[in-house]
Design a binder for this molecule. Structure first.
Ligand code: KIV
Ligand code: ZN
Length: 510
C-alpha cells in the first residue's frame, strides 16, 4: 500500500492568514506537536522574509529531529542562501523553491518570458542542490498554467535534481475532476516523474481544497501539503485532519495510508487554535465541536443501537475521549494535573500551580468545570507574552440610560496605573481607559466573544487582534465576567505587541 507523505505548512502558509502570526516559542511548540502527530515534513517558514522567520526556522531545526524541516525560498540566490543558513542545524532538511508558471503571473507579476522562468527555476534548483540533497520545486499557480509549459519546466527541474515537484492550485480555482486530470497528465508526460515525489498544494477559495488534494492522490500524487484546521492565505489550505481522516476512513477507495498518529489530531487542532486565536467553526469536519455530536432523537437512537448507523469514524481515533470526566470544587491537584495532560498541555510545576488556583476559584463560582473551561483558562494563562502589564481592577458603569464609563487599574512592575474614560459601550470605555494609561491609541482590528460552555454562569472567552504597523497581535482572556475577560484579552495582545517592539529595539541596538 502506498504511503502518502504529509507536508505540513501551518507555520508558513498557515501563518500567512491574517492575524495568525506566532512568535518563536509558539512556533516551536506547534512544531513539537507536529512531530508527535507524525507529519513527514514541516515547512517551518520563509527564511528570507524576516529575521523572526529565519530565527524560528533555526530554532525548530535545532529542536525537532524526526520530520524533515523545510524552508521556503523564491527562485532567487539570496532566498536559497537564507534557507540553507536557517536549516544549518536540521538533521533532515529540505529547501523548497518556487516560481510562478501561469501566463497571468509570468506576464504581470514576474514580467518574465516563459524561457526566463525555466532558466530561473533550473538555477534555483541547482543552487539549492549545492546545499541539500532534498529539494522541492513548486510551479506556483500550476493549476492555471499551460500544461505543455508545465511539462517542460518540470522536465528541466527534475533533470537539475529536484526530488519533489509540487503542483499548487494557488488560487483554489480547480474542480476535483480537472485537478485530478492535471496530475494524471503530468504523471503520463513528465520525464522521470515516477522517480520523484509529486506533491499537491490546494487552496480552499471555492471550498474544494480537500477534494482536489484527494483527486490528486487518486491520480498519482505522493505528497499532500496541508495545514492544521485548514488555516492559510485567504480561505486557507487543505485541512490536514480532513485529508488524513478521508484516506484512513476510505482506505477501500484510496488504497493508501499516511504516517499520521490520528489520536494526536484533536490536540494539534486545539493547540493551533489556542495559539493563533483562530477559532474552529463548530461544524468543521473532523475537529469541530459538533463533528461527533448527535442532536436529533432519531440519530441518537440509531447510534445507541449501532454506532455505525450515523458515525463513520470513532471520536477516539482523532483523540477525543468518549466521556468527559467533569471536575468540580472537590477535585484535587492530581485529578486536575491528569486532566491537563489529557487535554494536551505540558505545564511546568509553577504553571500548573497557577492554573490550579484559577481552576479552584472558578469551581467555587461554578458547579461543574468542563474540559472546555479548563482548556480556556489554561490557554489564557499559557499563551501570552511576558506580563508587562497586568489587569488589576476594572469597574464599569453602563446601562441603557447612562454613558458607559470605565475605571481601569493596571500594574506594571510594582506600580499601579489608573485611567478613566467614557465610550460608546462598556468595552469601548475600558479600552479607551487602557489607551489613556498607555498614552497611545491602539488599533483594534477584531473583537470576538463567545461562551465556553452553555449556561448563564459560563466562562466568557474574548479574543482580540490589534495592529501595530504591519503586524497583528492576538490576545485572549477568559473570565466569568465578560468585561474582565475583554480587559485581559486587550492587555494580552498589548503585552505581545510591546515585547515584540522590545525585541526589535534590542536587535537594532546589538
Ligand atoms: O499557494 C502556493 O502556490 C504556495 C507556493 C509557495 C507553494 O504557497
Ligand atoms: Zn499556498
Amino acid at each position: 500500500m502506498r504511503t502518502i507523505k504529509i507536508f505540513d505548512t501551518t507555520l508558513r502558509d498557515g501563518e500567512q492568514s491574517p492575524g495568525c502570526s506566532m512568535n518563536q516559542e509558539e512556533k516551536l511548540e506547534v512544531a513539537l506537536q507536529l512531530e508527535k502527530l507524525g507529519v513527514d515534513v514541516i515547512e517551518a517558514g520563509f527564511a528570507i522574509s524576516s529575521k523572526g522567520d529565519f530565527d524560528s526556522i533555526s530554532n525548530i531545526a535545532a529542536h525537532v529531529k524526526k520530520p524533515i524541516i523545510c524552508s521556503l525560498s523564491r527562485a532567487l540566490k539570496e532566498d536559497i542562501e537564507a534557507s540553507a543558513g536557517a536549516l544549518a542545524k536540521a538533521k533532515n532538511k529540505r529547501i523548497h523553491t518556487f516560481i510562478a508558471t501561469s501566463p497571468i503571473h509570468m506576464e504581470y507579476k514576474l514580467k518574465m518570458t516563459p524561457e526566463k522562468v525555466i532558466e530561473r527555476a533550473v538555477m534555483a534548483v541547482t543552487l539549492a542542490k549545492s546545499f541539500v540533497e532534498d529539494v522541492e520545486f513548486s510551479a506556483e499557480d500550476a493549476a492555471r498554467s499551460d500544461r505543455e509549459f508545465l511539462v517542460r519546466i518540470l522536465n528541466e527541474v527534475i533533470k537539475a535534481g529536484a526530488t519533489t515537484v509540487n503542483i499548487p492550485d494557488t488560487v483554489g480555482y480547480q474542480t476535483p475532476d480537472q485537478f485530478g486530470d492535471l496530475i494524471k497528465y503530468l504523471m503520463e508526460n513528465v520525464n522521470g516523474i515516477h522517480k520523484v515525489d509529486v506533491s499537491v498544494h490546494c487552496h480552499d477559495d471555492l471550498g474544494m481544497a480537500t477534494a482536489n488534494s484527494l483527486a490528486g492522490v487518486l491520480n498519482g500524487a505522493t505528497q499532500i501539503e496541508c495545514t492544521i484546521n485548514g488555516i492559510g492565505e485567504r480561505a486557507g489550505n487543505t485541512a490536514l485532519e480532513e485529508v488524513v481522516m478521508a484516506i484512513k476512513t476510505r482506505q477501500d477507495l484510496f488504497n493508501c495510508k499516511t504516517n499520521i498518529v490520528t489520536q494526536e489530531i484533536m490536540k494539534s487542532s486545539r493547540l493551533v487554535s489556542n495559539i493563533t486565536g483562530s477559532m474552529v467553526q463548530a461544524n468543521k469536519a473532523v475537529v469541530g465541536a459538533n463533528a461527533f455530536a448527535h442532536e436529533s432523537g432519531i440519530h441518537q437512537d440509531g447510534v445507541l443501537k449501532q454506532r455505525r448507523t450515523y458515525e463513520i469514524m470513532d471520536a477516539e481515533m482523532v483523540g477525543l475521549k468518549a466521556a468527559e470526566l467533569v471536575l468540580g470544587k472537590h477535585s484535587g491537584r492530581h485529578a486536575f494535573g491528569n486532566k491537563i495532560k489529557e487535554l494536551g498541555f505540558e505545564l511546568s510545576t509553577e504553571e500548573l500551580n497557577k492554573a490550579f488556583e484559577r481552576f479552584k476559584a472558578l469551581a467555587d463560582q461554578k458547579k461543574e468545570v468542563s474540559d472546555k473551561d479548563i482548556a480556556s483558562i489554561v490557554a489564557d494563562q499559557v499563551y501570552h507574552a511576558p506580563e508587562i502589564f497586568q489587569v488589576h481592577y476594572v469597574q464599569v458603569t453602563a446601562g441603557n440610560t447612562t454613558r458607559p464609563t470605565a475605571c481601569v487599574q493596571l500594574i506594571r512592575d510594582e506600580e499601579t496605573l489608573e485611567g478613566t474614560a467614557t465610550g460608546a459601550g462598556p468595552v469601548d470605555a475600558i479600552y479607551k481607559a487602557i489607551d489613556f494609561i498607555l498614552g497611545e491609541a491602539i488599533d483594534l482590528v477584531d473583537f470576538s466573544i463567545h461562551s465556553v460552555t452553555g449556561g448563564t454562569d459560563a466562562l466568557g472567552e474574548v479574543t482580540v487582534r490589534i495592529r501595530d504597523k504591519d503586524r497583528v497581535f492576538m490576545g485572549r482572556g477568559s473570565d466569568l465576567d465578560v468585561l474582565t475577560a475583554a480587559s485581559k484579552a486587550y492587555i494580552a495582545a498589548i503585552n505581545k505587541m510591546l515585547s515584540f517592539r522590545d525585541v526589535q529595539t534590542i536587535k537594532a541596538n546589538v
